[in-house]
Ligand binder design. Structure first.
Ligand code: GAL
Length: 378
């Protein structure tokens, strides 16, 4: 009898040890297969969750955020990130960089050239005459090594010296955490063995009404920036830091994207809408609010905080209805917006911009937080 009891107790203890933890803040991550790349590399999908119902899907291909399920004011949960149901969707072009970690250098480097320490480097050119988002095979097209822990996932990619033309072996780590405050926290860090340049960002397209649920023109945006970096016809910054005052770029007070996205202004025409880097006020002082976006009908709000000096506000101008995304949704122009926290585009050729250089022995560190909340809408 005693023996039977002891066995039963042992069994119970084993069962309890195996059961997913239920207490606040200790939800388990989940892992499943997401297919194989053409070269046979396995890709995994991790799901990170908090106890309030928020969930982020992240795949090891491109460290891509494939979904962001967030609660709304009415108790529903909606996926607010554009993406694909399958790995093929992410691999086949044209590449919108949905949800990806972009690197080694996010956004454009003019003519794919820059000099560092007296040496001129030539990069892979993939956007007219310019290098965009790390080149032909940037960090968004590599399989990262994953290390999950609780509500976090740490992903590492080692970029070889000379890859896409960049100097130095760069070890980049991105840690995603879904916090109990309904945040997706992204912590970037990197080390190099030779001086290099880097600009890491996350390229999630948000639609706070739900992915595929129409355009984002009604979303109300505030950006904490008095200045932006105007561009030339190739979307390369001219070097000017221009005041947003009396332009369509002034988001210091909340205003709907659709109010001025087609304004008769040269910069809007060049960008086909908003596709510009904002110079964040008070940068350099730690984690600070860069932008806030609200979708009036759902009452859902996204607040973006970052330690980076800039943010690329991009309104999905190049989406044109050719991409079929999750759940068969067709993504038309302006069906999503991105807030890509970053160093300014083309910084390696602009000594007057905050430096994007990294020397051996120094650790690059950067944090961005996407925080979701919801107030009852109209
Ligand atoms: C943005 C960039 C746009 C476009 C887009 C991807 O980061 O600013 O010009 O390249 O990525 O389609």
């Amino acid at each position: 009898m005693f023996q039977k009891l002891a066995v039963a107790a042992g069994l119970m203890a084993a069962l309890i040890a195996c059961a997913p933890k239920k207490e606040t803040g200790s939800q388990e991550w989940k892992k499943q297969s997401f297919g194989k790349t053409a070269s046979g590399e396995e890709v995994e999908l991790y799901t990170l969750a908090n106890s309030r119902g928020m969930e982020a899907g992240v795949i090891t291909y491109g460290a891509i955020v494939t979904s962001l399920k967030v609660p709304d004011a009415k108790g529903g949960i909606v996926d607010v990130a554009l993406g694909f149901d399958t790995l093929e969707g992410y691999i086949l072009g044209p590449d919108p960089y949905f949800g990806a970690i972009v690197g080694r250098y996010g956004n454009r480097i003019a003519k794919g050239r820059f000099s560092l320490g007296g040496v001129e480097y030539k990069l892979a050119v993939n956007n007219g005459a310019n290098a965009l988002h790390g080149g032909l095979r940037g960090f968004d097209k590599q399989v990262w090594k994953a290390k999950p822990a609780g509500q976090s996932l740490e992903l590492t990619y080692v970029s070889k010296d000379g890859e896409e033309g960049y100097p130095g072996t760069l070890t980049a780590t991105v840690a995603y955490t879904v916090t109990e405050q309904n945040e997706l926290r992204i912590e970037y860090s990197a080390l190099t063995d030779k001086e290099t340049v880097l600009n890491l960002t996350n390229h999630t397209y948000f639609n706070l009404a739900g992915q595929g649920e129409g355009d984002i023109l009604g979303h109300i945006v505030t950006i904490n920036a008095d200045r932006f970096t105007p561009v030339d016809a190739g979307l390369i910054p001219t070097g000017e830091l221009r005041s947003v005052e009396r332009t369509a770029f002034d988001f210091r007070q909340p205003i709907a994207i659709g109010e001025r996205v087609n304004a008769a202004e040269e910069q809007i025409k060049l960008g086909k809408g908003y596709d510009h880097n904002y110079v964040l006020n008070g940068a350099g002082g730690g984690l600070a609010v860069a932008a806030t976006v609200t979708e009036p009908k759902s009452g859902r709000t996204l607040q973006v905080s970052t330690t980076e000096p800039g943010v690329q506000f991009y309104t999905g101008n190049f989406l044109d209805g050719t991409l079929k995304g999750k759940g068969g949704k067709v993504y038309q122009q302006r069906y999503g917006f991105c807030l890509e926290t970053q160093h300014f585009p083309d910084s390696p050729n602009r000594p007057e911009f905050p430096s994007a250089a990294l020397k051996p022995g120094a650790r690059f560190q950067s944090t961005t937080v996407f925080k979701f909340s919801a107030t009852p809408g109209s």
